[in-house]
Design a protein around this ligand. Structure first.
Ligand code: NAD
Ligand code: FES
Length: 282
């Protein structure tokens, strides 16, 4: 069993949990994820890692309830335990690998973080900062109350640009508008972009960065079942190749991803999820 050392709301319907998981904390790297399971019969939920503390042996996860299983997770409190916490899964971000440091140091890097997807961006930016590289970061949220981790990012990034869809905080408009503004009117140049958030955001970020020839990595979060490359549930088309997000990713070249097919697959179980959620709330 895995003990929850801290549980609570981060903002709106976004939840944060600090979990005692020393083995995962010892080995995980930025870009990787975990699969959690509440009990023996619980559904497996893939969640990105927001932070880790190797000494304390803890992992911080941030999530938003989108179905019955994630909603059940929000009922857990500090001191509770749950059944499984499997990880670290997936390949670490190439940007945060020691052997790539010399190359990475030469790049001007822009991270684009959208909504709950802001959480998995944090360990990458923090890792780079700890290795002497301060990347620029754009955080996008629907409204002021949904901006997360601002202080944590402020401490580890270069320039931080916050934007809200409704203009209630920071700049006004979606993250793609900020990318446009930075590279067209504010004289910024970037050699590398990492965009993490809802698929629709990653799709439009990639269309924008393609115009300016900025190579862009995205972190795909398709439906997953086993998380070990056996079931094929998480397949995504990258160029003309089929890749499994759980073992070949989750990070891929965003300019080669077929986002429309990925979004279609992601929507496949929405009705079933909705039914399960209504049943849980009865
Ligand atoms: P959201 O809908 O609030 O969007 C966040 C930001 O993305 C917006 O503020 C906007 O700036 C940008 N955006 C949204 N649509 C856009 C568009 N059409 N064009 C340009 N920019 C756009 O995000 P949310 O509600 O927090 O997102 C939840 C989703 O994020 C879930 O579907 C979840 O699966 C996904 N998610 C993805 C990852 C990942 O690893 N990729 C991690 C966590 C969550
Ligand atoms: Fe089964 Fe990736 S989740 S192959």
């Amino acid at each position: 069993m895995y003990k929850i050392l801290k549980a609570g709301k981060l903002a709106g319907n976004i939840y944060e949990m600090v979990v005692e998981a020393p083995r995962v904390a010892k080995h995980c790297l930025p870009g990787q994820f975990v699969i959690v399971k509440m009990d023996e019969v619980g559904e497996r939920i893939p969640l990105t890692i927001c932070d880790y503390d190797r000494e304390a042996g803890t992992i911080t996860i941030v999530f938003q309830p989108i179905g019955a299983s994630t909603e059940k997770f929000t009922y857990l409190k500090t001191g509770d335990s749950f059944r499984d916490f499997v990880g670290p899964l997936g390949r670490p971000s190439e940007l945060c690998e020691e052997e790539n440091l010399e190359e990475t140091r030469k790049k001007k890097i822009l991270f684009v973080a959208g909504g709950v997807g802001t959480a998995p961006v944090y360990p990458q930016v923090k890792w780079l900062h700890e290795h002497g590289i301060d990347a620029d970061v754009i955080i996008g949220a629907k409204t002021k109350e949904l901006v997360i981790l601002e202080d944590k990012f402020q401490a580890v990034c270069g320039n931080l640009y916050i934007t809200t869809d409704d203009g209630s905080y920071g700049r006004s408009g979606m993250v793609t508008k900020v990318i446009e503004d930075l590279v067209t009117t504010e004289g910024k140049t970037y050699d590398h972009c990492v965009a993490i958030g809802p698929m629709i955001m990653m799709k439009f970020c990639c269309l924008t960065t393609k115009k300016y020839n900025i190579p862009t990595i995205v972190s795909m979060n398709p439906i997953m079942v086993d998380g070990t490359g056996m079931c094929g549930a998480c397949r995504v088309m990258v160029g003309d190749e089929v890749k499994f997000a759980c073992v070949d990713g989750p990070e891929f070249d965003g300019h080669a991803i077929d986002f429309d097919a990925a979004m279609k697959r992601q929507a496949m179980y929405k009705t079933e999820e909705g039914r399960a959620l209504l049943k849980l709330r009865e």
